[in-house]
Design a binder for this molecule. Structure first.
Ligand SMILES: [Zn+2]
Length: 100
């Protein structure tokens, strides 16, 4: 799930939490975005579940529905593209500073 959390230096920042182990996903390269499909149709209105790659088998076992998945990095790139966000290289650090 996506939520706000107190992180290093007491800052509050948006984070993604693993829907299996509930720990923060700190490296998108080690995580997946997963959603349920059956016979080519989206289930749960396309709800996205986030998990560490090491945790995804538990998600599969918990519900035998056919899961589709994407590398979290690719999912986030597509999300940014599909919401027309324009990211300048220095915007991330500026936004972080504003959340103190
Ligand atoms: Zn996890």
């Amino acid at each position: 799930m996506i939520q706000f959390m107190k992180i290093e230096n007491g800052r509050t920042a948006p984070i993604i939490r693993c829907d299996v182990c509930s720990k923060r996903i700190e490296d998108a390269g080690l995580a997946l975005a997963m959603w349920k499909t059956k016979e080519g149709k989206l289930l749960e209105d396309g709800k996205v579940h986030f998990c560490h790659k090491a945790c995804h088998e538990k998600l599969d076992e918990a519900d035998p529905v056919v899961w589709s998945s994407s590398e979290l990095t690719d999912y986030l790139r597509r999300l940014v593209h599909n919401t027309k966000v324009r990211i300048a290289e220095d915007v991330g650090a500026k936004l972080l500073d504003e959340l103190v």
